[in-house]
Design a protein. Structure first.
Length: 282
């Protein structure tokens, strides 16, 4: 009498901070305090070099963070004075000049889908991006609830400018049309035209422009304010804020990705990163 029933099996263990640090040590540096997790992208401790391996890590990490219920607010940033701005050419050549169709499908289709889909569907907490400089693959940063950028940030999608042309289908042009307008986004995509941080702020693509040496601290200030509200309030507010992005990507994202990769392989293209040029760069 009075004995509480005991479940037959234990709950499956959720990822710990140590689990995340070990699993993703080659790609992300984590800082955690009072429910706030900072995820800083890196390569060998320095600026990010974009690769199919980093691509895959991003697809996986959002699911693991989403399963870590001790994380209540997420900050995303990069190492150094640039966002994702460099690349690991050998990583792309390994797949694109090889004959492994399964590997090609895994990185070009599955991972390309899951970087955005897992961010949208598995992260159920407020998100803050601190874009620390110029760079590409800013799609997850602009879909964060709050987006900060440095004064030198350029919002630009260069896919169409690649050798042979490359269908801009991995989410960036969808976001350009959402935040810049249908016609302007289409022009920016076809002409590879960028807009600067001030224009991004004016049209609402970002929320604040912050100097580089203060941008991560500002992200933490915002996160600490968010954490003053209740858990249910935080999580349900995020759900409401992310719904428009979820609806857009559920409707259009897969056909965009499939179009990009179908054209990419029909034209026997490869990732020619030398074509990426930002205003003011030689």
């Amino acid at each position: 009498m009075g004995n509480k029933p005991k479940a037959r099996y234990p709950y499956v263990k959720m990822p710990t901070l140590e689990d995340l640090q070990e699993k993703y040590k080659d790609f992300f540096i984590f800082k955690f305090k009072d429910g706030i997790l900072e995820m800083r992208m890196h390569s060998d401790g320095g600026p990010v070099k974009w690769s199919y391996q980093m691509h895959h890590a991003l697809a996986e990490v959002y699911t693991d963070i989403g399963h870590a219920r001790w994380v209540e607010c997420l900050i995303i940033t990069c190492t150094g004075d640039k966002w994702i701005h460099e690349n690991d050419a050998d990583s792309f050549k390994e797949i694109e000049q090889g004959n492994d169709d399964d590997a090609r499908f895994n990185v070009q289709i599955y991972d390309t889908l899951k970087v955005c889909e897992n961010f949208l569907n598995d992260i159920e907490i407020p998100t803050i991006a601190a874009i620390n400089g110029r760079g590409f693959h800013w799609e997850m940063a602009l879909m964060c609830d709050i987006t900060l950028c440095t004064p030198d940030f350029i919002l630009q999608d260069d896919h169409f400018g690649m050798a042979n042309g490359h269908v801009p289908g991995d989410g960036m042009t969808m976001i350009l049309q959402k935040v810049c307008g249908l016609k302007r986004g289409a022009y920016m995509s076809l002409m590879c035209q960028g807009i600067d941080a001030e224009e991004c702020l004016r049209i609402g693509a970002v929320n604040e422009i912050v100097e580089r040496d203060k941008i991560v601290d500002r992200a933490w200030e915002i996160a600490e304010y968010i954490m003053t509200r209740s858990r249910s309030c935080r999580r349900m507010t995020h759900y409401n804020l992310i719904r428009e992005w979820k609806a857009l990507f559920e409707r259009d994202f897969r056909i965009n990705v499939y179009s990009e990769m179908y054209s990419f392989n029909l034209s026997k293209s490869n990732h020619d990163f030398d074509y990426i040029k930002y205003e003011g760069e030689e």
